[in-house]
Design a protein around this ligand. Structure first.
Ligand SMILES: [Zn+2]
Length: 74
């Protein structure tokens, strides 16, 4: 099983929104506008994921693949 470490995103301090009000794309946000985002965009998760052991960063898409393939919630 892949162990994943969660760390606070250094670009938004865990808020999912940058200081300038834009969504933080580093941790998974899409588009602009922060908390007042128009439909179709979203703020970041505020966390980055790393594979424990190797320290390799894991994207949100990859995380979903890992979770579903290992069926850890099923
Ligand atoms: Zn972030």
């Amino acid at each position: 099983m892949t162990r994943i470490d969660f760390r606070q995103c250094p670009h938004c301090g865990g808020y999912g929104v940058r200081d300038n009000g834009d969504n933080c794309t580093t941790c998974g946000g899409i588009g602009r506008g922060g908390l007042n985002s128009p439909a179709g965009s979203c703020i970041g998760s505020g966390e980055l994921m790393y594979e424990a052991g190797t320290g390799r960063q894991i994207s949100h898409a990859e995380f979903m693949t890992i979770v579903s393939s290992e069926d850890r919630y099923g």
